[in-house]
Ligand binder design. Sequence first.
Ligand code: HEM
Length: 514
Amino acid sequence: MSGSLLAIFTALLVTVITIILVQIIQYNHRYTGLHLPPGPPGWPIVGNLFEVAFSGKHFIHYMRDLRKQYGPILTLRMGVKTIIVISSPDLAYEALIEKSQQFASRPAESYARRLFSSNKFTVNSSLYGPEWRSLRRNMVSGMLSTVRIKELRPTRSRAMDRFIERIRSEAAASPDGNSVWVLQNTRFAVFCILLDMTFGVLDITEEHIVRIDAVMKQVLLSTGSRIDDYLPFLRPFFYRHQAKVLAVRKEQINTLMPLINRRRAILKDCSADPNAAPFSYLDSLLDLRVDGRDKPPTDDELVSLCSEFINGGTDTTATAIEWAIARIADDPSIQSRLYKEILTHVGQSRPVDEKDTENMPYLQAFIKEVLRKHPPTHFSLTHAPVQPVSKLAGYDFPADAGLEIFLPAISEDPKLWARPNEFDPDRFLTGGETADITGSAGIRMIPFGAGRRICPGLSVGTMHISLLVARMVQSFVWWNHPSQPPLDFKDKFEFTVVMKTPLLAMIKPRVCSF
Ligand code: HEM
């Protein structure tokens, strides 16, 4: 009996190993020369899943090496997925601006991403078409327009005051009386602002916010790529993960639905006086009529759309601020120029306001240089062709391939930038270098992507970075923590591209009379 069980087990093992080997050989053709399903003629296929997995390198360094060897356009065969990576300003301009409409769709999604996007019913995941247009138009005009952003000034101002106070008390409670973890505090501040923008001001306790934040982080982690997204035959081995993904989705719904219902109740109470409750993103969604549908979003879809708004802007913005503070703590001359500019325009009798930051050229140049040198994401979201036949760089683009734009290669291109590896805000002032970050007038740096799918949060994101940084410099002197000198500017991928060693900085409150 036990002998026959062993035979069955061995047969199963041999079958699984054979399947894996066949897959490896099939996708490792560059070395074996085996026949592959035909690709577009002349298309350079240079890497594959196994090289990526076993190169032992950070994916970014792997990409940089491939670029050096093969140039600015290359194909990675990642199991069943084909990914085309471009990394030159000219090709990014061709794909995102000249052929913006042709490459404006999104690829097929994994099970987890479909689940968390309510089957692609969010702005970032929806296919190019009327549904995407309605959702995006609503997000931009409903919440991210200049008028709406202005309306939320008091909300932001309150969040800033709470944030400065939080930093002050964390430093006071630290063992040396002066140190703070930068990313987790800025992340929390941005999260609070986006939570208020999404649901209106609900007076949620700090403890409750921390719980919501933890759930949203779980959501992000659950949507990361896994090996079975590329090799679907391995899916049965990941059944536990699928169960976990379902549990996270359930928790996300259980966490956000009470907030959605509280907002519904507030709106009902205030129906006689609409000004009693400042507008929120959720308000714009409740009765939204998306082109091609005859009913408003369901509760599940509301959860996905609200989560997208919060998650899209939290880590990206907070990451940029961590890099900014690292540069400030590391270089006293940058800090003193920023502070002088704040004193000249505002002084110390009132807090810096978002309007002030628009008139501070050094601050604006500094933030631009942070986004050039440290784009919070190294790839834009994956694009996909809208029609089955499209051309890029003269090649036929495979209908089922995804298009990735490798952003640091553009903003560090020595043909475009003088001393690209140096951090130098003056390049945008006295250095005569310019950059339109929307990319429409030519691509030099596109931390928010470009073209039809450009990040709709560009204005609000840069405003949050400028305001937080200005308030942080106005309120405190920053310097390196003795445990971290000299600062290590190496990065690591963690949904966004954060500092490899999280920044622990020293602060001393400045004298303010507000
Ligand atoms: C520093 C802050 C931010 C950075 C660096 C950033 C970066 C990006 C990038 C690179 C993309 C991909 C563009 C493409 O596919 O070509 C994107 C898309 C998107 N971002 Fe942001 N983002 C930031 C802030 C925000 C904020 C504050 C929000 C919303 C409140 C937001 C919402 C979105 C959405 C909805 C999309 C998908 C757009 C579409 O597919 O049409 N982002 N962002």
